[in-house]
Design a binder for this molecule. Structure first.
Ligand code: GLY
Ligand code: MN
Ligand code: MN
Length: 542
């Protein structure tokens, strides 16, 4: 609701006295979950960040902007996962500063500052409670907390700090006014003399530094060449050096130079990737719960499915189960695609009014206290795979089984992809769907894995080896849209099976085991009774 519209103003004038009489104690939240990450978890993460930071540096982390859903209605707010990770704060219009060294401040000192959204009883009576300065102190354990409108005049001289570490700053933030994110960003740019940078170039230098090797130099040059006419690339000495003399020695020299003077942006990416890529025990409790809730929801959707059900209705069943078990949200827009729709990788419309006697692909994951699951199951709505569907399903299943065996400490992350392609291609050749292994990408157009955590496609190291404590997805898939150059009997079969795996020292643990996966178990589950069976809404439309 727009707090500035006339009806609000009228209501506010009428209700003002009673709102102000509403004390914070009377209005304390009731019956909240008790398993949120603790202040000591977040403090530990800030210390781990500080330990990685170079001398005389500060890390600056902003809240995500609010976004418009419809005119004067915003999307439900979602915090920047990095700010949540380091603070537990879930509100907009905030900035956190983590200093490497203790900063003197008269008789006192600090090594972190947090500017947060101010309390406002009137607005809170419309749009919900705010922690405010005192709540952030008592509930999140910060010592130096201020209202966000105090950042502009706060006496810190960021120009004295050698390295300012920060993430991409959004340049499309609306609103404004004292203490708004827009003001915080502009204050930061002024205080820190932050220049606008070409984010594409920073990203590319980062990629070269992290993943460039003499083996892939041709790919790197091929990637950069189309960009070198852009000013930022033309004026960058390192890019020019590499393009003018594209050999291994130059690549190694360029990498060393990038590493010797890293930008604040690339350091932020590097440190948060390293920290968030390996989960702590506290995080694993929440991530496991998120995956478990999602797995139970998948099983229930299998039990509930009927050919006359719509894609959205199946989505709703899963969302009900998520909410039932306390998941606040989904980690990404649910994908529920029947038949041909199952061949669209990130199909989000879910608009078919019935799934009919077809395969249904559901890629749906809950978000529990910030942690996202990512689970996909594919099942026949009538409980029986056709021979062709079963053959494709089994290939995907077998690829997954082989990749699970690699989910352990020390294995090269890239080996998971190599193994997947090897299995999918050889089996597609056996079925006569492709003739040459290099064509596997026609039917398997995505990667087999990504990190999972506060972001569904989480921060984490993709170029090196797996480490115990990482959580990744294993998600092979085969999609054969109508018109594909193979026997028609395969058309419109789309199968993805996606599980979430905790990397262990000697083996991985599949966290999503409660979602049936073997084709026999899937058929059995579809035949079972659901809690949604037999119910009838009143009044019924049909
Ligand atoms: N659900 C998005 C993905 O599987 O990556
Ligand atoms: Mn995924
Ligand atoms: Mn997925």
């Amino acid at each position: 609701m727009n707090l500035f519209n006339k009806s609000f103003l009228a209501a506010a004038l009428v209700c003002c006295a009673s709102v102000q009489a509403f004390s914070q104690a009377d209005n304390a939240p009731q019956n909240l979950p008790t398993d949120y990450l603790t202040p000591s978890f977040h403090a530990g993460r800030r210390q781990a960040l500080r330990d990685m930071m170079p001398a005389n540096s500060v890390a600056v982390i902003f809240a995500y902007p609010e976004r418009v859903f419809s005119k004067d209605v915003n999307y439900v707010y979602h915090q920047n996962p990095d700010l949540y990770y380091f603070s537990g704060y879930k509100e907009p219009d905030a900035v956190l500063l983590v200093f490497k060294e203790v900063q003197a401040d008269g008789d006192s000192s600090y090594n972190e500052l947090f500017f947060v959204r101010h309390r406002d009883p009137q607005r809170e009576s419309w749009t919900g409670r705010r922690l405010g300065v005192s709540g952030v102190k008592t509930k999140l354990g910060f010592k130096r907390v201020y209202n966000s409108d105090e950042f502009a005049k706060f006496p810190i001289d960021l120009k004295k700090i050698k390295t300012i570490i920060y993430d991409d700053l959004p340049d499309d933030v609306g609103g404004g006014g004292a203490g708004s994110l827009k003001e915080l960003l502009s204050t930061f740019k002024t205080k820190g003399e932050i220049q606008d940078v070409d984010k594409g170039l920073v990203n590319d230098l980062n990629l070269i530094s992290r993943y460039g090797t003499p083996k892939n130099i041709d790919r790197i040059i091929a990637y950069i060449k189309p960009r070198i006419s852009q000013d930022a690339y033309k004026n960058n000495a390192l890019i020019q050096e590499l393009v003018n003399k594209p050999d291994s020695a130059t690549l190694m020299d360029v990498k060393a130079k990038i590493d010797a003077s890293p930008s604040g942006l690339s350091l932020f990416e590097k440190f948060t990737t390293e920290l968030r890529g390996v989960k702590t025990p506290e995080e694993l409790v929440l991530l496991k719960k998120s995956v478990e809730i999602s797995s139970i929801a998948h099983a229930e959707a299998m039990r509930a499915v009927k050919p006359q059900m719509g894609e959205q209705e199946l989505e709703g069943i899963m969302l009900y189960v998520h909410k039932h078990y306390g998941a606040e949200d989904e980690g990404y827009p649910p994908i529920v695609g029947a038949g041909a729709n199952g061949c669209i990788l990130h199909y989000e419309e879910n608009s078919a009014t019935k799934v009919d006697n077809q395969l249904v692909l559901m890629d749906v994951g809950a978000e529990y206290h910030g942690y996202s699951a990512d689970v996909t199951r594919t099942f026949p709505s009538n409980g029986k795979f056709t021979e062709e569907q079963k053959a494709i399903y089994q290939i995907v299943y077998d690829a997954q089984e082989e990749v699970f065996k690699l989910c352990k400490d020390g294995i090269k992350y890239g080996d998971l992809e190599t193994k997947t392609r090897e299995i999918l291609s050889s089996r597609l050749i056996q079925l006569g769907i492709i003739k040459d292994a290099k064509d596997v990408g026609k039917y398997y157009p995505h990667g087999v894995s990504h990190h999972l955590g506060l972001d569904v496609h989480d921060k984490g190291e993709y170029g090196g080896n797996l480490k115990a404590g990482m959580v990744i997805t294993v998600e092979p898939g085969i999609y054969i849209p109508a018109g594909s150059p193979c026997d028609k009997k395969w058309w419109n079969i789309g199968v993805r099976i996606e599980d979430d795996v905790l990397i262990g020292k000697t083996e991985g643990t599949v966290l999503s085991i409660d979602a049936p996966r073997k084709w026999q178990d899937v058929e059995k589950t579809v035949a079972e009774k659901s809690i949604f069976d037999g119910g009838r809404l009143f009044p019924a439309f049909k």
